[in-house]
Design a protein around this ligand. Structure first.
Ligand code: ZN
Length: 137
């Protein structure tokens, strides 16, 4: 039964080789997907400070906290809000981009009224708009 064993060994080697090739193909695919195509930015790239703040779960305790009050004052401030951060804490967008200004106003409103779902939607809208209109590659 030595022959049989050899045969199994060859099969085993072929399988190993095929697996190796498959693995390489997958790695190449991964590489092409993540390294050769420009990736759209996320809010954490565009406005990192606010991305962290907006992610924070707003418990009842947090809603009444001074931190939230401070963030509320900042989110309604044209030079300190989510959109302003993307412009390097400048309010230039208020004159230059109507969509950015609109999105900035919505962030203030939704944050003040505590509407997490609306904030999330507005966040997506901002990220999409930023990638389409303001991203320079
Ligand atoms: Zn804009």
């Amino acid at each position: 039964m030595i022959q049989g064993n050899d045969h199994e060994l060859i099969n085993y080697e072929q399988q190993q080789q095929q697996q190796q090739i498959k693995k390489q193909q997958e790695q190449l695919q991964y590489h092409n997907q993540y390294h050769h195509q420009p990736q759209p930015l996320l809010l954490s790239d565009i406005s990192p400070t606010w991305a962290i703040r907006l992610k924070k779960k707003q418990s009842h305790l947090f809603l009444a906290s001074l931190t939230r009050l401070r963030w509320l004052f900042e989110i309604i401030h044209p030079k300190k809000c989510v959109v302003a951060e993307a412009y390097g804490f400048s309010s230039s967008y208020t004159n230059n981009c109507a969509e950015c200004a609109r999105i900035g106003n919505r962030f203030s409103l939704y944050f003040a009224m505590y509407l997490p779902k609306k904030i999330e939607e507005n966040q997506q809208r901002f990220v999409k708009h930023w990638n389409e209109k303001h991203l320079k590659i």
